[in-house]
Design a protein around this ligand. Sequence first.
Ligand SMILES: NC(=O)c1ccc[n+]([C@@H]2O[C@H](COP(=O)([O-])OP(=O)(O)OC[C@H]3O[C@@H](n4cnc5c(N)ncnc54)[C@H](O)[C@@H]3O)[C@@H](O)[C@H]2O)c1
Length: 363
Amino acid sequence: MNFEPYERPVRAAFVGLGRIYDLNVRAYVDNPDVEVVALVDPSEERRAQRQPDWPAARMFASAAELAASGLEVDAVEVLLPIPLHADGVAELLGYGWHVNLQKPICNDLADAKRMLDAAVASGRLLRVMDNYVFYEPLVKLKEIVESGDLGEVSGYHMKMVASGRGGWDVPGSTYEWQFQQMRRGRGTLVFDDGWHKLSTAIWLFGPIKEVRAWVGTTEVIPGIDVDAPTTLVWEHQNGIRGVWDITLAIDMYLRSDYYTNDERWEVTGRRGYARVNRCTGRGIQQPSLEVYLDGEMRSYHALDDDWASSFRDSGHHWLRWLQTGEGPMLWSGAEAVDILRFALASYASDAAGGTGVDPDSLE
Ligand SMILES: NC(=O)c1ccc[n+]([C@@H]2O[C@H](COP(=O)([O-])OP(=O)(O)OC[C@H]3O[C@@H](n4cnc5c(N)ncnc54)[C@H](O)[C@@H]3O)[C@@H](O)[C@H]2O)c1
């Protein structure tokens, strides 16, 4: 498509004003690249709660009402529950608005195609944001890997422990959408939070050749199953192997300003390793990034390791991109489909007893 960068602040609307708005909004505050002109949510309570953030913005109960109002909008920040992504994005692109969508793109390849087709038909952009690739310790990890300091990379290891105690409050209505996803076989750990982990693998080491998965399940409250314990292993097209293990520690208290998620990333090279010790939660109280080389450990004490900052930086990237049209979008709609394929190949592998599945082989 021919994208003409804006030479003025972009006129933006938020669509969905729920839990994650609290972090996405940080990219829009005091940002000369953007003017927030509208807020959309069917919940009157949510609209009333968010209105003071943007006193000049107009409020709408639906995107259709905003479109019919005649208010000029260039781009929308889409924070809809996952089951509404496909229809919602097709509708929003149809109104002629660029879309910055929260991950995951959607639940299956047919819906993803519908969304990409809608972007082409409207001549508008579809970006699927992943804040993790803007989290400074992970950005620094990537720099270290690419510097060659670790030597040739031998492997990638991610660990995630989901705990049930601590963190911020998540409304019951937010959980209801999550439960709907779980019932469709798109669990919160592998598919929702997992999106970020799969995204970092592709971001660091490129396309996936084959994935093998063993997706477990644990009933946490009657009728509600969480998708752990789970283990994914894979090989990138460049031969680097990765492993990601997900464990549930339902009674473990984890200090966190956000979700209770104890996460680690470790890249091992022929000469040493680099490890990110935490992200969303405040698990290990070491510096967030450590690099071991030749018998010495180097610790990074001054990185911005507040997880919320990654939302600010991801949003800044998008709003700047609209002013320049330059560089990677992180992620374009088509790139997001590669992450979706990685997740869906994991489910296909699990269903086949853990055999290797090439994400590109999925119809
Ligand atoms: N990047 C991350 O780490 C991260 C973390 C949490 C959530 N998310 C993503 O953010 C999105 C929203 O999640 P959340 O936790 O804020 O959910 P939420 O349920 O708290 O909020 C969703 C909001 O959308 C509103 N809504 C429902 N239907 C609507 C419609 N048709 N039009 C406009 N608004 C509508 C709801 O009233 C609610 O206020 C999801 O895609 C989720 O995957 C990402």
